[in-house]
Ligand binder design. Structure first.
Ligand SMILES: Cc1cc2nc3c(=O)[nH]c(=O)nc-3n(C[C@H](O)[C@H](O)[C@H](O)COP(=O)(O)OP(=O)(O)OC[C@H]3O[C@@H](n4cnc5c(N)ncnc54)[C@H](O)[C@@H]3O)c2cc1C
Ligand code: SF4
Ligand code: SF4
Length: 1023
């Protein structure tokens, strides 16, 4: 690792434990921001991989860290969500990246004073959510609201939505607590905030800030269209002059409008699921104002607009532009890269600036802007964010980049300035901050940080990048024709696979803007807290891989596999990227095509599925033990019904109440259905998500064949994952494989909701009075949008009060199950608890859930985290009002979990090493070519085996495949001692285990050998 010595490393480990990362891949992901640097600048900067990333949890920890780092002369680089693009978060001198992710508490909300005091790592979205509970909201926020942090915006400085009324962010900050480079805590207020705002963390680490907020009022929006920049400038000036009580005024340029019309819409499993709202190729202004001010703003607006050749646009456009206001990066997918240019100009110069840009820059410049009614000199200012589409993979991107300096020169000529400094414009600091403020900031930096450890190389420093940009901007007339000469293509155009990454995934990886919106709500991320586990981190890593700087290892394969497939990221993505489907593609490629190791217990499930059709190691003959005997005739396999109930593995073998209750409800509602009993099977979801696609295909074919043979055209499920297969995946796969499908899938709740609506089914009034909440399962919610039917079912039960959790329907959080539970049980418990806490906060008695796996996960979590809230299956809950009683699934869940927990521990290098350690005599006997005897003899010669030790990593992988079959009987005995299996599973182990070991050993042997070599030598030497 180089940068830190062993003592320093130890200090970090002792202080931060798992909240520090030395992992090279991880560190790389904390060494960049959103900017796509041209290759020439990248080379100039060199590596920005920090030596370590730490995640402090408190101000006290920050103080200790800063004191120690100053003493050790180790640079500190603060990082919020890295959604800035000026290089402020780049650890130019390596050292320590301080990630504020875990310092995100709201400390105080003062409704009377209308202030909020927060830790720096909170995002604007989360703070706003919290404020709204108190009847307050933000006075302003950046358009990176879903990801940007409070501390990051104060340090970076800027304006955003609401700035028309509220001005620059700095003017809305009351105070900031800062850990200074000497470790002292200092509070900054008033004019002193100039030392912190726009300083990008070079003067200290912000540990707390208090901001002004405002009462929550209902807002309305109106969109206006202007044919050109002159019309835009005139209209905005008139709105200012007329003192209209507008809260926010933002606009987009004609090119942006055109590209938005072309940008891909959000898709789901190949279908477009968003409506396109066509925009006119004009400057489109979006005004937001309080509802109570409607008359003052709206009356006469059309006339004002007409006076400037503008017009009021449709409400549909206004609503669409407002709802999509955070998604400005959508157009990046057409690049797939964007050269950014951000500047501030007086409103009075806007038209002239735009005209000169149009004259000098021949590339398409996409624009959007925010108007500040009272800028730094009290006059209206406009912040313009421009983009030129390009492709960072091509050399021409360097040339197009130089055009951003052309634009900056034009801006400054008209009295404008760059938006920020970072590493690119340190030479323009006096222009950005004003000469006096710049001078004071430099003096303050020298005074408080003489050792230069706080975010070195930024803002006041004079770095190579700034020197280069200064030079290029001076030589701009020479570079301009080159930049203009580059031919720019616009539009999504995946062409070829790169290092086996499928073409569309290649394009998405570069299309990702790195905005970070997907991070905090990704459960794979928030269960662990590290960037590699987020979609953003994975896209960045894929770029590095495709450019040859990374290669697959088990850590990265696992990061693709442990995504829970919750699909929340698809909704959050500012570029509408199909994120989860991309990981799904990679699962198949990595495990199925390239034969990399999947999450080990899935090998056991695969063997069990192949043998008996279920993932639980149970017998097919026991699959239908739950099926009520008295239903045999009416709903058994011989019934000639077109509808079949498909129970799936977990309801069949573990949580029987789900299956029993479902058939009771369907029966009571008069549904003519049958149940195929032993011909029911695993649906294949576990095999699909673990990448064992050959097994998935076998299962799918069998399931479809069984249903066809039974004359079924509609499959009814209780399990959302089964539903997902029959409704979404089987149609896509059968089409791909040319299999006739023609089967409809329905969830039982949908059938019952239809019956309830048609008044064909009702629940009796049992005099109950209870409050429940509903956990939306990802696999039927976000996957198939089944939200209303289960709610209709609950609402139809007299005396039951349904209370929604804070995150519900399409925004519902995942339970954290299957892949997480199987790979990292402690992480699953964190995720499960976070979801169950939402239910507890809702003040209900029970969480109703549909998915057997969610229920399993909640029950395991409740046991681990000692939570008392009860999890109940929705069908069971509903059917109990019909007078039925059901077996308690909890004991079986805990029993099965004990098996799985032991299996998870066993199927690790440590687990296998432990297993081998328990059978040395048999393993040595099993060595081929009489090597066992030879090894024993060498064990008796002192030091002989130590000489042979280096050969063992080479020999073992060759010998083991020959040894394993011979030791299988004893291995099974030892496995049994370690895994408390039910009888049926134990009986099947001789069939399942060899397959599992055969598939896993080749992948694990490299990690197992170092663990077993010395113990084996010890054994042979009789120690
Ligand atoms: C889609 C999109 C839209 C955007 N819209 C806007 C906009 O409307 N207005 C706007 O101004 N910007 C905008 N930005 C830029 C960026 O989001 C903002 O600058 C944002 O405030 C940065 O917040 P962050 O948490 O990501 O900070 P980071 O990018 O992580 O950090 C920014 C700077 O602050 C420093 N820093 C971070 N935390 C601390 C701390 N606790 N103490 C000391 N220093 C710290 C970092 O070292 C860095 O120099 C946008 C970006 C994107 C991707
Ligand atoms: S599907 Fe869920 S877990 Fe997977 S990357 Fe997206 S948000 Fe994260
Ligand atoms: S995946 Fe989407 S939301 Fe996440 S960083 Fe990329 S563009 Fe932003």
């Amino acid at each position: 690792m180089g940068g830190l010595n062993s003592k320093q490393r130890q200090y970090i480990v002792d202080s931060f434990g798992s909240r520090a990362s030395f992992n090279k891949t991880e560190r790389k992901l904390y060494g960049h921001d959103i900017a796509e640097m041209p290759s020439l600048i990248k080379r100039l900067i060199g590596s920005t991989i920090p030596d370590v990333v730490v995640q402090p949890e408190s101000e006290a920890e920050l103080v200790e860290l800063v004191k120690w780092a100053t003493d050790q002369r180790l640079p500190l680089t603060p990082r919020g969500k890295a959604s800035s693009g000026y290089g402020g978060v780049l650890p130019l001198k390596k050292g320590i990246v301080v990630d504020f992710y875990r310092m995100k508490n709201v400390i105080q909300i003062d409704k009377d004073e209308q202030t909020a005091t927060v830790e720096p790592g909170i995002t604007w979205e989360k703070l706003d959510r919290e404020l709204q509970r108190h009847g307050l909201t933000l006075r302003l926020y950046p358009s990176s609201y879903p990801s940007a942090t409070a501390g990051g915006w104060l340090a970076q400085g800027g304006c955003g939505f609401g700035s028309y009324e509220a001005g620059w962010f700095r003017d809305n900050v009351i105070s900031a607590r800062v850990v200074m480079p000497d470790g002292a805590i200092r509070e900054f207020t008033g004019a002193e905030l100039d030392f912190i705002s726009d300083a990008e963390g070079i003067t200290g680490l912000i540990s707390q800030l208090t901001v002004r907020v405002m009462p929550l009022d209902e807002m309305e929006v109106i969109a206006l269209g202007c044919p050109d920049a002159g019309s835009l400038q005139n209209l905005v000036q008139i709105l200012v002059d007329n003192k209209l009580p507008i809260w926010s005024l933002s606009f987009i340029g004609p090119r942006m409008a055109e590209l938005k019309n072309e940008a891909p819409l959000r898709e789901h499993l190949g279908h477009v699921v968003e409506e396109r709202v066509l925009l006119p190729a004009a400057y489109i202004i979006t005004l937001a104002f309080r509802k109570k001010d409607r008359h003052s703003v709206a009356d006469g607006l059309a006339e004002l607009a007409r006076g400037c050749e503008g017009e009021v646009l449709s409400d549909r456009i206004a609503q669409h532009e407002w709802q999509e206001r955070f998604k400005l990066m959508l157009v990046k997918r057409l690049g797939p890269s964007l050269v950014p240019i951000e500047f501030v100009v007086p409103l009075s110069a806007l038209a002239n600036v735009m005209a000169e840009i149009a004259l000098k820059v021949r590339q398409p410049v996409i624009r959007e802007g925010i108007v500040i009614r009272e800028g730094v000199d009290g006059k209206p200012e406009v912040t313009v964010l421009g983009f030129i589409p390009g492709d960072q993979r091509k050399f021409g991107y360097n040339l197009v980049f130089s055009l951003s300096l052309t634009i900056m020169n034009i801006t400054q000529k008209h009295g404008g300035r760059p938006y920020s400094t970072g590493i690119y414009f340190t030479h323009k600091l006096p222009a950005v901050l004003g000469a006096e403020r710049a001078r004071k900031l430099k003096a303050f930096k020298r005074q408080v940080d003489p050792r230069g450890i706080m975010n070195p190389g930024k803002v006041t420093a004079s770095g190579l990048v700034s020197i280069l940009t200064n030079l290029v901007s001076k030589l701009e007339p020479i570079f301009r024709p080159l930049g203009n000469y580059v031919s720019t293509r616009i539009g999504e155009r995946p062409s070829k696979a790169v290092r086996d990454i499928p073409p569309d995934v290649v394009w998405y990886a570069y299309g990702c803007s790195q905005c970070g919106y997907c991070i905090d709500e990704c459960d794979q991320f928030y269960g662990r807290g590290w960037e590699s586990q987020s979609p953003r981190g994975k896209w960045y890593w894929l770029r590095e891989f495709m450019e040859g700087r990374e290669k697959w290892d088990q850590f990265m394969v696992d990061t693709i596999l442990v995504c829970t497939t919750c699909e929340l990221c698809n909704l959050r993505c500012s570029a509408s990227l199909p994120i989860e489907p991309s990981w799904m593609k990679l699962r198949g490629q990595l495990v199925n095509d390239e034969k990399r190791m999947t999450i080990p217990p899935f090998e056991m499930m695969a063997a069990s599925v192949r043998k008996e059709g279920d993932i639980w190691g149970a017998y097919r003959k026991d699959r239908s033990v739950w099926f009520p005997k008295e239903m045999e005739e009416k709903h058994g396999p011989s019934r000639k019904a077109k509808i079949a109930y498909f129970a799936g593995c977990t309801a069949s073998h573990v949580e029987h109440d789900i299956a029993i209750a479902t058939v009771r409800l369907l029966d009571a509602a008069g549904v003519d259905f049958k149940y195929l009993k032993e011909k029911d099977n695993c649906c294949g979801t576990p095999m699909l998500v673990c990448g064992k696609w050959d097994v998935f295909e076998e299962i799918m074919r069998l399931n479809i064949q069984n249903m066809k043979e039974a004359g079924v055209d509609t499959v009814v499920t209780s399990c959302p994952a089964c539903d997902m297969m029959w409704r979404q995946y089987y149609p896509v796969w059968t089409e791909k494989l040319g299999i006739d499908y023609n089967i409809t899938a329905k969830h039982y709740s949908e059938i019952l909701a239809e019956k309830i609506k048609a008044r064909e089914f009702t629940f009796p009034d049992t005099g109950t009075n209870t409050s429940v909440t509903l956990h939306d399962s990802c696999h039927i919610g976000r996957v198939s949008s089944v939200y209303d039917a289960p709610r209709e079912l609950i609402k139809a039960i007299p005396g039951v009060n349904l209370v929604e959790m804070e995150y519900n329907r399409e925004w519902a959080h995942c339970c954290g199950s299957v892949l997480t539970l199987i790979k990292e049980p402690p992480v699953a418990a964190v995720l499960g608890k976070s979801r169950m806490d939402e239910a507890i906060d809702a003040g209900v008695e029970k969480i109703l859930a549909m998915c057997p796996c969610c229920q399993f996960q909640f029950r395991v979590t409740a046991e681990k985290k000692q939570l008392t809230i009860e999890t109940v299956d929705l069908a069971r809950f509903a059917a109990s009002f019909l007078g039925y009683e059901f077996p308690d699934p909890n004991p079986e869940v805990q029993r099965q979990w004990a098996v799985f927990e032991a299996m998870i521990a066993l199927m690790t290098p440590e687990g296998f090493a432990d297993l081998m350690g328990a059978m040395w005599p048999e393993l040595i006997d099993a060595m081929p070519f009489r090597m066992g005897g030879m090894m024993r003899a060498m064990g008796r010669i002192p030091g002989a085996l130590q000489l042979m030790k280096p050969l063992l990593p080479i020999l073992f992988p060759r010998l083991l495949p020959m040894m394993i079959p011979k030791v299988m009987p004893v291995m099974l005995e030892r496995v049994e001692q370690r895994m408390p299996m039910p009888d049926y599973m134990l009986e099947q182990m001789p069939d399942l285990m060899p397959e599992v070991v055969k598939n896993l050993m080749p992948h694990m042997i490299g990690d197992v050998v170092p663990l077993v070599t010395q113990p084996m030598i010890n054994h042979l030497e009789g120690k």
